[in-house]
Every structure is written in structure tokens, then in C-alpha cells.
Design a protein around this ligand. Structure first.
Ligand SMILES: *[C@@H]1O[C@H](CO)[C@@H](O)[C@H](O)[C@H]1NC(C)=O
Ligand SMILES: *[C@@H]1O[C@H](CO)[C@@H](O)[C@H](O)[C@H]1NC(C)=O
Ligand SMILES: *[C@@H]1O[C@H](CO)[C@@H](O)[C@H](O)[C@H]1NC(C)=O
Ligand SMILES: *[C@@H]1O[C@H](CO)[C@@H](O)[C@H](O)[C@H]1NC(C)=O
Ligand SMILES: *[C@@H]1O[C@H](CO)[C@@H](O)[C@H](O)[C@H]1NC(C)=O
Ligand SMILES: *[C@@H]1O[C@H](CO)[C@@H](O)[C@H](O)[C@H]1NC(C)=O
Ligand SMILES: *[C@@H]1O[C@H](CO)[C@@H](O)[C@H](O)[C@H]1NC(C)=O
Ligand SMILES: *[C@@H]1O[C@H](CO)[C@@H](O)[C@H](O)[C@H]1NC(C)=O
Ligand SMILES: *[C@@H]1O[C@H](CO)[C@@H](O)[C@H](O)[C@H]1NC(C)=O
Ligand SMILES: *[C@@H]1O[C@H](CO)[C@@H](O)[C@H](O)[C@H]1NC(C)=O
Length: 661
């Protein structure tokens, strides 16, 4: 009845047998979450499968009373106003990937990369020019590099450390992890941060720095020293009285070790203090850290989750009810409250000429709240928070991903072999990343300002972007949702310069607008950006699907105003010049077919025309081996995959996870 489905299923099976013949039984998903407490009634979620696919839908937060005005003016300065951020690079919004899941997300090894991952990175590279990824997390502290692992594995977890309250296993890895990262960089321009294991100051295991610098070269941009040292005492990694002074002196021990290691060519790419928020950054600045280690530091960094879901996951801390928490995210006050305690630190960072990085973040720690972290509201929240970070003079913000059993995943590799081509699940945080890349753009000159329109209503935040002295883009949010009257949609009347500011009028005759939309802040899966989507669960090969729709709004050339409507809920990005649109979006997108590249040609290339028209890869269902070897020189965009077996992510995790669904 469906003849094409049969070869495709057999292909999947064959590939599975081929690649996991020996490692099959070791392809397991680690229990990151640990046991769920059952002692408090009403806490245990009814759903017991993997959290990345938790179907729970919460109620949208109630509409505010009185309702904020649904028409208001935004009179923008044509010349850069006071209070602009420092210049922000397009690669501002990056990702943090827990070390222990690298071989689920990036690839099986340096020869077998996950094609959906490459596509997801290519999408951002095409808008921002580059991507930053931090690999690390709790697992980095006790990680050790080894020469080889059984069965050709590159990463392996050891669950013997039962005292570790973060439930993250000590892990061992081979340098092939770093070759895998290098091969990804060569394809999609990813720049990496890694972390030096810091559990043992008498034996820093520096191989990650040695090999990282040797293999990644300029693609390694920083080495984290200590992940959340303010939680070390709580996690039994240091004595109970561990203090900022202790971190200051441990950092000095590492500086000396790095300088004494002839295999480390650049000892001056260290990053600290990476606090979780238990100590204030000022407690570290007051030790003189940023001055004492100024030449060894490449950046200052902090980590922060606005709240936690640890009680529901591990049974410790304070219980937070997700339904109650939802309203705390659907407001500009969330981003403002998180960032206000770091404004002094961004001034400190500027005073020592270091970028300040948000090294690891997401909506809530311990996996985020199901129903918030994985719903449309999180896309609005993540984008608002990212732009607030930029406005607050952070230079890079990396959103965390830690496996199948968390809710805040930007992207989740497929657990089943149901579908040949569409198999990853793309979360709302990835939409935020994609759009942040367009808001900030590849110009690397963006300066961001928080506009606080409509009497600073927390429901309708807005930002303007200036580049080289010109106002180029405006980002408009509407957090309101589920209003059957339709009155919560708003219209912003925007002018640039002119009588409102006493400057020459610079309002254009028309603007271009792209919308981020879903029916409700509670919606899962059905999110569109300029009418394109990555679909719902298991629906994506990492490429946008559907036809892009960019609206043209004609402005009132008598009043010199442009009226922009923003649905509730929704987000609009308004481009004031064609150049402002062009530098946000490289239309000649390079993506990767979800198929297998073999070593039969050592310079296999991807035929971009085939990809561009293949509509998600369906047209290639019957093709195994490689795509057409011809490169399309006319487009000038063909990209080589040297000596690379590129394999789709659909097999990953295979049968082990399918059983649980
Ligand atoms: C990478 O993994 C594939 C699939 O298991 C295997 O065939 C190949 O030999 C591995 N390559 C390396 C360099 O280990
Ligand atoms: C799983 O890995 C362990 C060691 O990492 C190895 O001893 C064992 O043979 C592997 N199992 C299979 C089925 O490959
Ligand atoms: C996923 O997390 C839940 C709790 O949130 C837990 O009950 C379940 O055992 C975990 N599943 C796996 C496969 O780790
Ligand atoms: C921003 O990009 C410039 C190159 O355009 C680079 O020199 C600089 O290091 C980047 N900043 C960050 C924080 O990555
Ligand atoms: C640090 O971690 C390594 C690898 O897990 C372990 O062998 C070592 O004993 C640990 N050191 C301390 C002081 O905990
Ligand atoms: C890709 O990885 C292999 C190791 O398997 C390495 O030999 C090769 O140089 C890497 N290619 C790039 C471009 O880094
Ligand atoms: C900013 O941080 C510095 C260094 O810790 C501290 O001396 C100063 O008091 C702080 N300023 C504010 C306003 O918090
Ligand atoms: C960001 O830095 C710029 C330049 O130092 C400064 O003018 C601006 O006030 C800072 N922004 C915030 C929110 O502190
Ligand atoms: C998906 O969302 C769009 C935009 O909100 C809406 O028009 C469409 O009806 C939705 N589709 C489904 C299947 O819910
Ligand atoms: C939006 O994309 C869909 C395909 O996903 C297409 O059918 C539809 O025509 C597009 N909408 C517009 C207005 O072009």
C-alpha cells in the first residue's frame, strides 16, 4: 500500500544494525533526573515518559486587569540615544550542551555527525555568521580524557559515584570528541568553550586544554575554570566552608599549572568565576579576581536560572507549581529581575576590558517546568531575556541542553526510528535563538536598547537595534494570550526621528515585518516564524519547513509613522531598511541532506540545488550512500564534507528509548 515506506524502513533497520552492531546495548539514556519524590501528593506528574515529550498543556496566565492600552506610540531617536548597549555580535545567542550528551547531539564520533544538528547550526550561521557552544556542565568537573574506550566509543559514563547529588556521572572520553567538534566547526562555523576539570587541584587533568587547543585551534575560544564553584560545598566537591577566597586561590593554582604545561599554547583563555547565584559576583570582584588574573582571563562569566524545578525532579528545595510559575515568565519583569543584579558586574567587566558571558542558563534549573519550558511562551520569554542580556552588556548567552529527560531542550535528537527524515524535536528556545540571530544580525555592530513602551507595560516589551549610528530594527513582543475578544492584540505606531524627537524625520515609506506566532503561549509544536516551522515532536531534520512570508507594511508618509500590529500572543521583528533585512538573513542557505555520506569519495560534496528543492528530504528517501557528488559552482556555496560519514540522528538512542514511550 505504501511501497516507498518499505525500503525506507529496511534502510533504517540496516543502518541500525550496521552502526550499532557492537555498541547497541551501550546506547542507553542516562537517568539525569533521578527518582521523583512520591511523598508529597499532587507533585508527581502523571506522565512518566521522557520529559522532552511530556504532553502536558498548562492554562495560559490570566489577562491583566485593567488591560494595558492596545494602541501606543514608539517615537524612536534617529541618532543613537543614551543607554545603548556595547556592540553585540550576531553569535550572541549560543548553546550550552552537557558534556555527557555530546555523543547524542553532535555525532557518534568524528566521522558520523548528526545531520539535523548541522542544519540547526547552519540556520544560525546563515543569520549570525557564527555560533558559540559551550560543552560542559556538572559532568566536566570529574571528566577524564583517555586514549581509547572499548567498542570504539568516544564518551562513556561511570555511575559508580553514588554520592554525587547532581546525579551526573563521572565520564571518560577520547580526543575523538574534540575531532568531532573540529569537524563541525569546519562545516558550520561553531566556536567552542570547554571546561578544565576542577575537582582535584592537586591533579588538574589538562588534556582537554592541550588537545582542545591543538585540535580546535582558533575554534576554541575559552576554557572554563570551575563550574558553579558557589555550589561546590553543597555538592561535596569542596569543604563546607569553601569561600570566594578559596576559589580565588584555586584559580591561581590552575593558572600556574596551565603556564607550566608546554602543550598548552595559549594559557590566557581562562573563564571565571561561573557562579550559579549562591554567591554574588561582587563577592568575587571584591577579592580582586578580575584584576589579579586580568591577563589570563579571556572573559568573565556567570550562570543563572531564574528559578528551579528541583523539588519535582529530585525532592529537594522548594516546590514550585508550574501553573503558578507560568505568569512569572509571561512578563518583561522576568528578564529585568534576572538581569538587574548583574548590571554592576557588566560595568566591572567593561572596566577590565573583558566580555561578560552568561555561560549556562535556561528557564528553570533541574530541567525546566514541563508546560512552560517546552511551550510557545518560552520562545517569547527566551527571546526577551536574550535581548535583555544584550541590553545589559552581556556579550554571549548560552542556553543549556542536557538530554531527553528535560523540558527546556532547544533541540532533542530523535528517540525512535519511525521516520527517515523528520526526526528531531525542536523546542521554543531554538526559535528564540534563530530570531535573536536575526535581531542582532551578522553585522557584529548591533547596539540594543530596551524601549519600555506603553508606559513600560510588562506585557509589551520592545527593543530597538542601532548599527553604525542608525536605527535599523525594532523587536516587539506581546505576552498576552488566550483572549477570545481579540482585544489583546496591539498596534504600535512607530516613528524614527521627526517632530517627536526634534530630529530630521527618518521614518521610511515602508518596512518589512516577520512574525513569530502560535495560537497560545501554551502551544507546543505549532510555532511559526515568518510562516515557517520545525513542526512538532519528531518532526524536524533541522531545516525550516513551509514558505517564508515577510510582510510589507506601508507607512503613513504624511504623519511619518508606521503602524505595526502584534497579535496576542506574538512577536514582530520590523526591518527599517533592506540592508537591515539582508544582513539578518542569508537567503543562499546551506543545509545538509539527511542521508549518508560515505568515504567512497574523500571530498564528497552536497548538491545544494537538490537540497533546496527537496522539501525536507522526502525526495531522497530512496537514496542511500551519498547525495550527488557534483557541487553547484554557479551558486558558489557548495560545501565539502571531507572524509566524513554524515549520518542522520534518527537512529540515535534507537530501541532503548522507544520502549519507554
Ligand atoms: C565512527 O562510528 C562509526 C559507526 O559506529 C564506525 O563505523 C566508525 O568506524 C567510527 N569512526 C571512528 C573514526 O571511530
Ligand atoms: C558495552 O560497553 C562495555 C564497556 O564499555 C563493554 O565491555 C561491553 O562489551 C559493551 N557491550 C556491548 C554489547 O557492546
Ligand atoms: C525522566 O524523569 C522522570 C522524572 O522527571 C523520571 O521519573 C524518569 O525515570 C526519567 N526517565 C529516564 C529514562 O531517565
Ligand atoms: C565579536 O566579533 C569580533 C570579530 O568581528 C571578535 O573579534 C570578538 O572577539 C567577538 N566577541 C565575542 C564576545 O565573541
Ligand atoms: C576527581 O575526579 C577524578 C575522575 O572522576 C577522580 O579520579 C578523582 O579521584 C577526583 N579527585 C577528587 C579529589 O575528588
Ligand atoms: C575530522 O576528524 C578526523 C578524525 O576522525 C580528523 O582526522 C580530521 O582532520 C577532522 N577534520 C577536520 C576538518 O577537522
Ligand atoms: C560593584 O562592584 C564593586 C566590586 O565588587 C563594588 O565595589 C561596588 O560597590 C559595586 N557597586 C554596586 C552599585 O553594587
Ligand atoms: C552598557 O554599557 C554602556 C557602555 O558602557 C553603558 O552606556 C550602558 O549604560 C550600559 N547598559 C546598562 C543597562 O547598564
Ligand atoms: C498553527 O498555528 C497557526 C498560527 O497560529 C494557525 O494558523 C494554525 O491553525 C495552527 N495549526 C494547527 C494544526 O493547530
Ligand atoms: C505558509 O506556509 C504554508 C506551507 O507550510 C503554505 O501552504 C502557505 O501558503 C504559506 N502562507 C502564505 C501566506 O504564503
Amino acid at each position: 500500500m505504501y511501497p516507498s515506506a518499505i525500503p525506507s524502513f529496511l534502510q533504517v533497520l540496516l543502518l541500525f544494525l550496521l552502526f550499532f552492531r557492537t555498541a547497541e546495548a551501550n546506547v542507553t539514556v542516562y537517568d539525569y533526573a533521578g527518582p521523583v519524590t512520591t511523598s508529597v501528593s499532587g507533585v508527581q506528574p502523571a506522565y512518566t515518559g521522557l520529559q522532552a515529550y511530556n504532553p502536558i498543556v498548562l492554562n495560559a496566565p490570566p489577562l491583566p486587569t485593567p488591560s494595558p492600552a492596545n494602541t501606543f506610540n514608539i517615537n524612536l531617536r534617529a541618532a543613537p540615544p543614551p543607554g545603548l548597549s556595547i556592540k553585540i555580535n550576531g553569535s550572541f545567542f549560543g548553546f550550552s550542551i552537557e558534556f555527557s550528551v555530546l555523543n547524542q547531539v553532535l555525532g557518534y564520533n568524528s566521522s558520523v555527525l548528526m545531520v539535523p544538528f548541522l542544519n540547526l547550526m547552519a540556520n544560525i550561521r546563515d543569520r549570525a555568521g557564527a555560533i558559540h557552544i559551550r560543552v560542559g556542565g556538572n559532568t566536566q568537573e570529574t571528566a577524564s580524557m583517555v586514549d581509547s574506550l572499548p567498542n570504539g566509543e568516544i564518551l562513556s559514563k561511570d555511575n559508580s559515584d553514588t554520592n554525587n547529588p547532581t546525579k551526573t556521572p563521572p565520564l571518560v572520553f577520547t580526543d575523538d570528541v574534540i575531532y568531532m567538534m573540529a569537524n563541525i566547526s569546519a562545516l558550520v562555523n561553531v566556536y567552542w568553550f570547554m571546561g578544565i576539570p576542577f575537582n582535584d587541584t592537586s591533579d588538574f587533568r589538562l588534556q582537554i586544554a592541550e588537545k582542545g587547543q591543538a585540535i580546535l585551534g582558533p575554534y576554541l575560544v575559552g576554557l572554563q575554570v570551575g563550574n558553579e564553584p558557589d555550589l561546590y560545598a553543597k555538592h561535596f566537591r569542596r569543604p563546607a566552608n569553601y569561600s570566594p577566597a578559596g576559589y580565588f586561590s584555586d584559580f591561581g593554582l590552575l593558572v600556574n599549572a596551565v603556564k607550566a604545561d608546554p602543550l598548552i599554547t595559549n594559557p590566557n583563555m581562562l573563564i571565571g568565576p561561573n557562579l550559579a547565584g549562591t554567591w554574588t559576583p561582587e563577592m568575587i570582584w571584591d577579592t580582586g579576581f578580575q584584576n589579579t588574573y586580568q591577563s589570563e582571563l579571556s572573559a568573565l562569566a556567570v550562570e543563572r536560572y531564574p528559578t528551579d524545578n528541583c523539588f519535582s525532579r529530585y525532592g529537594y528545595g522548594v516546590f514550585h507549581d508550574a501553573q503558578q510559575e507560568f505568569a512569572n515568565y509571561m512578563t518583561h519583569a522576568s528578564a529585568q529581575n534576572i538581569l538587574k543584579s548583574y548590571l554592576n558586574s557588566s560595568t566591572v567587566a567593561q572596566s577590565v576590558n573583558k566580555p561578560l558571558l552568561m555561560f549556562e542558563t535556561n528557564s528553570a534549573s533541574c530541567g525546566g517546568f514541563p508546560g512552560i519550558a517546552d511551550a510557545f511562551g518560552a520562545a517569547l520569554w527566551g527571546l526577551d531575556y536574550a535581548l535583555q542580556l544584550a541590553y545589559s552588556n552581556f556579550s554571549i548567552a548560552m542556553f543549556h541542553s542536557s538530554g531527553q529527560n528535560v523540558s527546556y531542550q532547544p533541540f532533542t535528537p530523535a528517540p525512535t526510528a519511525q521516520s527517515f527524515f523528520h526526526q528531531w524535536t525542536i523546542g521554543p528556545i531554538y526559535y528564540a535563538a534563530l530570531i535573536a540571530a536575526e535581531v542582532i544580525s551578522s553585522s557584529n555592530n548591533a547596539q540594543v536598547i530596551d524601549l519600555l513602551p506603553n508606559n513600560a507595560s510588562p506585557s509589551s516589551p520592545a527593543y530597538a537595534i542601532y548599527e553604525n549610528g542608525n536605527m535599523v530594527r525594532v523587536a516587539l513582543f506581546n505576552y498576552l494570550s488566550d483572549d477570545p475578544t481579540g482585544n489583546s492584540a496591539y498596534t504600535a505606531t512607530i516613528s524614527v526621528g521627526g517632530s517627536a524627537t526634534g530630529e530630521q524625520n527618518e521614518t521610511p515609506a515602508s518596512v518589512k515585518v516577520k512574525y513569530l506566532l502560535a495560537d497560545s503561549v501554551t502551544t507546543k509544536g505549532n510555532i511559526t516564524w515568518a510562516n515557517q516551522t520545525f513542526g512538532g515532536y519528531f518532526a524536524s531534520d533541522g531545516r525550516l519547513q513551509g514558505d517564508e512570508v515577510i510582510e510589507t507594511v506601508n507607512c503613513d508618509t504624511n504623519a511619518n509613522t508606521c503602524q505595526i500590529k502584534v497579535p496576542a500572543p506574538g512577536f514582530a521583528l520590523v526591518f527599517f531598511t533592506d540592508n537591515a533585512l539582508g544582513e539578518s538573513e542569508n537567503t543562499a542557505q546551506q543545509t545538509f541532506a539527511t542521508t549518508v555520506q560515505t568515504r567512497t569519495r574523500n571530498t564528497a560534496t552536497i548538491n545544494l540545488d537538490t537540497l533546496a528543492t527537496s522539501n525536507g528530504g522526502r525526495g531522497m528517501t530512496d537514496r542511500m550512500g551519498s547525495t550527488s557528488p557534483e557541487s553547484n559552482l554557479a551558486r558558489g556555496k557548495s560545501q565539502a564534507l571531507p572524509s566524513l560519514l554524515a549520518l542522520a540522528g534518527f537512529i540515535w538512542g534507537g530501541l532503548t528509548i522507544r520502549r519507554m514511550l
